[in-house]
Design a binder for this molecule. Structure first.
Ligand SMILES: *[C@@H]1O[C@H](CO)[C@@H](O)[C@H](O)[C@H]1NC(C)=O
Ligand SMILES: *[C@@H]1O[C@H](CO)[C@@H](O)[C@H](O)[C@H]1NC(C)=O
Ligand SMILES: *[C@@H]1O[C@H](CO)[C@@H](O)[C@H](O)[C@H]1NC(C)=O
Ligand SMILES: *[C@@H]1O[C@H](CO)[C@@H](O)[C@H](O)[C@H]1NC(C)=O
Length: 512
């Protein structure tokens, strides 16, 4: 009897002990979870914001962008956002060093923007804020035309920028391919296509990730960039590794095929076809719009060939006739769609693999596509991504009278409004005949100027690359553990293991 009671008592004792140990186990697990949660919460509190400035010096203007991101720990991808931008008044920097008085105004305009941007950064952070300037096609052209002047402009800019109370890093002319590639990086970074955090807080490549192609239409050049799966090589294929994952990005930049330079080439064709400079029929100008154009605005560039006996002050009188078909043939005459020594070319003999996947078309592409809309809504769903409808709206625009356009499109300034018949045709030819988008693939083009309220352009990708914020290896961006967190995790993990061992021993002992 006694022994039976004893056994029962001992069993009771074991049960209590097991219950106690289990309680301890649960407590340590709870503590572990609590520490992890607290760490996660702390993480958000610990953020100190970091800033970076990029000046995009394009052919027609400079724009200063201010980016912000949470420092110390990466939150997610797409954390870098644009908080402010400032358009520097006046022309692009390629117009500098001609007229000292104009230069004085340009420096003043730069100062206005830089003050505005720097004042948006907390004083304590200003000295650590990196500043980059990248100049694109306008300066590439000037460099070809007048190397000394281009070097002088860059040197003055460096001198000015290093006098500012921020961390000036570099000012340089970036190549067309870099411009294309950085645009591609920007688009895919903002869309979260390159990396994401999984449930274990580790960064991984998004499941089944596809990248998006990028198309930029600037004033002096246009860029296309998209990733291909084939192992093709050549000057236009750039193998890059981002977060440990390799991409083969096809990218090409066409100098002189930006919206403004291409228009000069077309105006030159229009002039060449006419015999009377005082009465030139321009099929790309709307009917009812006439203009007097100075020769220097067309010929003072490396993109057009100066006529015999060129006089920069000569004036041409152009009469708009709104003839869509003739405008289109003028537009097509600046492309060479025939020459090709590879299996497939875009134009001018440039090899290009077939366009694949979705594309983001921004800058001039966006503005032109928007101009063709009936009204100025910016709802992306309104954009014409239908091949035939796009073609039809260009035609309709081109056949409209100037007064009709003025009253319908009050949201476009007349300065730009007169150019959209030409640029509609130009853009459609570039996409359809050049890049070879067809009725199916044209639907994959999205026209936009922003993603997550950040402007699409090469500047964000440039800053991310220059500051090593997109490492080629993934391990560098694993979340950092702080020592307190690590020791707490260690303590409670040890406790959990010890508890499990005790439970195990007790269970085994209770068997005997
Ligand atoms: C970090 O991510 C969380 C959730 O994804 C978001 O709510 C928070 O605003 C982000 N913080 C920053 C600074 O981006
Ligand atoms: C443009 O020129 C044509 C031909 O000279 C003329 O008939 C027309 O009235 C002009 N239009 C304007 C708006 O000047
Ligand atoms: C233009 O705007 C109006 C109101 O803002 C809207 O109802 C209409 O659908 C828009 N689109 C066209 C093509 O008119
Ligand atoms: C655009 O439309 C015109 C007229 O409808 C047609 O002749 C032309 O072939 C179309 N362009 C393309 C590339 O389909």
């Amino acid at each position: 009897m006694a022994s039976k009671q004893e056994t029962a008592g001992r069993q009771m004792g074991y049960k209590c002990r097991i219950a106690g140990v289990l309680l301890l186990l649960l407590t340590s697990i709870a503590a572990l979870i609590a520490v992890a949660v607290i760490q996660d919460t702390w993480k958000f509190k610990e953020y100190s914001l970091e800033y970076g400035i990029v000046i995009d010096s394009g052919s027609s203007r400079s724009t200063v962008y201010l980016y912000e991101w949470p420092g110390e720990k990466q939150n997610d991808t797409g954390v870098v956002t644009e908080i402010k931008n400032c358009r520097v008044k006046g022309d692009g920097i390629s117009e500098m060093k001609v007229d000292p008085q104009k230069d004085a105004e340009s420096w003043k305009a730069f100062q206005v923007c830089m003050d505005d941007i720097i004042n948006a950064i907390p004083v304590a952070k200003q000295n650590a804020t990196p500043l980059y300037l990248g100049a694109t096609a306008g300066m590439r052209l000037l460099h070809e035309q007048d190397e000394k002047r281009s070097n002088d402009v860059m040197a003055s800019l460096r001198k000015y920028l290093s006098s500012l109370p921020v961390n000036f890093k570099s000012a340089s002319i970036i190549s067309g391919q870099e411009e294309g590639l950085y645009g591609w990086v920007t688009v895919n970074y903002l869309m979260g296509n390159l990396i994401e955090k999984n449930v274990w807080n580790a960064y991984i490549r998004p499941d089944g990730a596809k990248t998006v192609g990028s198309m930029d239409l600037g004033g002096a050049s246009t860029q296309i960039a998209f990733a291909i799966t084939d192992n093709l090589t050549g000057p236009d294929y750039m193998p890059i590794k981002l977060y440990g994952y390799p991409y083969n990005v096809y990218t090409h930049s066409f100098l002189c095929y930006g919206k403004n330079e291409a228009e000069k080439r077309i105006l030159d064709k229009v002039i060449q076809e006419s015999s009377n400079p005082a009465y030139i029929i321009n099929p790309c100008f709307p009917e009812g719009y006439n203009a007097t154009i100075k020769a220097s605005t067309i010929y003072d560039t490396e993109c057009t060939k100066k006529p015999r006996g060129y006089n920069p002050d000569q004036e041409y009188f152009m009469v708009g006739v709104a003839d869509s078909d003739r405008c289109l043939s003028m537009v097509k005459s600046i492309f060479d769609f025939e020459t090709c020594s590879s299996s497939l070319c875009s134009f001018n003999g440039v090899e290009q693999p077939p366009v694949t996947g979705d594309f983001m078309a921004y800058a001039g592409f966006f503005y032109t596509a928007r101009a063709l809309l009936k009204n100025g809504t910016e709802d992306p769903d309104d954009f014409n991504s239908d091949f035939d409808r796009f073609n039809a709206s260009v035609r309709q625009f081109c056949n409209s009278h100037w007064e009709v356009l003025r009253s319908e499109k009050t949201w476009i300034s007349p300065r730009f409004l007169k150019t959209y018949c030409y640029s509609g045709h130009y853009m459609f030819s570039l996409l359809a005949d050049g890049y070879k988008f067809d009725k199916d693939t044209f639907e994959n083009i999205n026209f936009a100027k922003q993603v997550k309220s950040t402007s699409i352009g090469w500047s964000l990708g440039y800053m991310l690359s220059m500051s090593n914020m997109i490492p080629s290896e993934v391990k560098e961006i694993l979340p950092m553990t702080n020592p307190v967190f690590a020791s707490l995790i260690f303590l409670f993990s040890a406790l959990t293991i010890v508890t499990i061992v005790i439970v195990f021993i007790l269970l085994i002992r209770s068997c005997f």
